[in-house]
Design a protein. Structure first.
Length: 185
């Protein structure tokens, strides 16, 4: 079985900037309730202070095959390494003023809960299973195996307004380093 954290990024196609997030900086988050793996409902538009929200296509599960061709979809592979990197730098983010950190996917909360528990994430994962949040913000999506999934991106949000967008994100396990570098500037 493949180790979900060990990825040869040079063998996977990198995503390109298709301009699908150009409209996001300065946008207010929509008032939409998202279920979390911490058992709460979260409306990101109501959170005071600085929030980091990283969107990802889907986490894999040990022993469950990823969709055919997954690794060859630019930007698809790497959700587990990305989440683990945010976990490992959680205290660093807090020290730089991040008050809220969330992961976001279109997977169900039950599916996400397995990953959050297995990966020992100190922050919640949010489910946008009905695509209400993604649709309202016109977030970039892709289709595979009959599912619509989010393209990988990271948002810095201050008092409900998007301050910074990281897109495309590659390699995914470096996403948190890019965020930390930006926060330190």
């Amino acid at each position: 079985m493949t180790n979900l954290l060990e990825v040869d990024w040079s063998s996977i196609p990198a995503p390109h900037d298709d301009g699908l997030t150009d409209h996001l900086e300065g946008a207010a988050l929509p008032a939409i309730s998202l279920h979390s793996t911490h058992g709460q409902v979260v409306d990101l538009s109501l959170l005071a202070g600085r929030t980091v929200l990283y969107a990802y296509p889907m986490t894999g599960q040990p022993g469950v095959a990823l969709p055919d061709g997954w690794d060859m979809i630019p930007g698809a592979r790497g959700c587990t390494p990305q989440s683990c990197a945010f976990r490992d730098h959680f205290a660093d983010l807090q020290a730089l003023g991040v008050e809220h950190l969330f992961g976001l996917s279109t997977q169900t909360t039950d599916y996400q809960k397995e990953a959050a528990d297995r990966l020992h994430l100190p922050f919640a994962l949010l489910s946008d299973g009905d695509l209400a949040f993604a649709t309202e913000l016109s977030l970039p999506l892709f289709d595979i195996a009959g599912s619509k999934l989010l393209k990988r991106l990271t948002l810095i949000v201050d008092d409900g307004v998007i301050t910074k967008v990281f897109y495309p994100v590659f390699p995914p396990d470096r996403s948190v380093i890019d965020v930390l570098d930006w926060l330190q500037r």
